[in-house]
Design a protein around this ligand. Structure first.
Ligand code: DNO
Length: 348
């Protein structure tokens, strides 16, 4: 496996120079952020991004994410052109030597939390999700601050897109995902780019919207929609692991064994009630997940793709992008490196 780190481009307060100093981090996970969703990523921008990362002594290990336009998830007639654009972007990324693409198929909202800076007794703060709070929000009216949220939506646009989803239930969303994959995976195969869907976070329906990439059974269904090794997963332990029903080591062994995990997000999460959780420091004893067992599972299946620490707490007075500060993610990478070294040496 290759240790990597997410970087949000030139506007990220965390710099490539800082990332390079984290032991064993050789790969960068990034994206182009100034092309409207659904448009083709221009070749020149891709090459420029690649150069910036390489000039800093690292390389791009995967793109996170090429976003999927809402019309594709809704199954609107405009989807064909948007899917074609997505495929063109895949071709350009491949030409630049970038061979793994993460994306998600969550309606409207990407990852969702109800508090972006919940204070912990040790003076750090974390992102948390409380289902009762989320359920009490009328998202079409309230001004809530969501981390993975496209702030360019106006209230009017939110109302209208939420309205469009009234006719899209889980089965329709599955059909629309299949339609997308049937057109994208053949291109991914042709240009040798592994597609890696990110699980829904949290892995259950929010704001009345359907969510389907949520559990082992559904991941299995997903893999069969288009049965190709290029149709794979970004296995995110914090997303799937937010549900105590999901046995993470088992899921890693199962899909890793099938060769369908292309990218690993490894973080811990602490269950605090039914459908409620706090993000936690990476170490096992801080949350509900057994990080050692998960890393052992990755080792056992011979996972050789990129792995990254995921959301960190805000510690040592750092401020910045919720979940994406430097310090706690760097501690996460170091902790994961330690587990990997111990597991590998123990196996010899
Ligand atoms: C949150 C991230 C997600 C992820 C997308 C993938 O921290 O894991 O925003 O990048 O869902 O498309």
């Amino acid at each position: 496996m290759e240790m990597t780190f997410r970087w949000y481009g030139k506007d990220d307060p965390v710099t490539l120079e800082q990332i390079r100093q984290i032991p064993n981090v050789t790969g960068i996970i990034t994206a182009i952020y100034d092309v409207p969703v659904g448009e083709v990523w221009p070749k020149e921008k891709i090459m420029e991004l690649k150069k910036t990362v390489e000039d800093a002594g690292m390389h791009i290990s995967a793109i996170e994410s090429v976003p999927v336009h809402e019309d594709v998830k809704l199954g609107k007639p405009t989807r064909d052109r948007l899917i074609e654009n997505f495929c063109t972007t895949l071709r350009y990324l491949s030409e630049a030597g970038i061979k793994i693409v993460c994306y998600n198929f969550m309606p409207v909202f990407d990852w969702t939390r109800t508090d972006l800076a919940f204070d912990l007794p040790d003076g750090s703060n974390v992102l948390i999700y409380d289902d009762a709070t989320a359920s009490s929000w009328d998202i079409t009216k309230e001004d809530v601050s969501l981390p993975g949220w496209d702030a360019s939506y106006t209230k009017e646009q939110i109302r209208s897109v939420m309205n469009e989803y009234k006719s899209v239930d889980e089965e329709t969303l599955w059909e629309n995902l299949k339609y997308f994959l049937e057109r994208v995976i053949p291109v991914a195969e042709e240009v040798d780019v592994k597609m890696a869907i990110h699980p829904d976070d949290p892995p259950w329906s929010i704001f009345g919207l359907p969510r389907i990439i949520t559990c082992k059974e559904n991941l299995e269904r997903f893999c069969k929609l288009v049965d190709s090794p290029y149709n794979g997963l970004t296995l995110c332990s914090g997303s799937l692991g937010a549900s105590s029903q999901n046995d993470m080591p088992d899921i890693i062994r199962h899909f890793g064994g099938m060769g369908r995990i292309h990218f690993a997000h490894v973080r811990n999460v602490k269950h605090t009630g039914n459908r409620s959780f706090e993000e936690a420091a990476h170490a096992s004893n801080y949350g509900s997940l057994d990080m050692y067992e998960m890393m052992k599972a990755y080792h056992e299946v011979g996972f050789d793709g990129p792995i990254r620490p995921d959301h960190g707490r805000m510690i040592w007075g750092e401020t910045g992008k919720p979940g994406y500060g430097l310090f706690d993610r760097a501690l996460g990478a170091t902790y994961l490196n330690g587990l990997i070294e111990a597991i590998e040496k123990n196996d010899k």
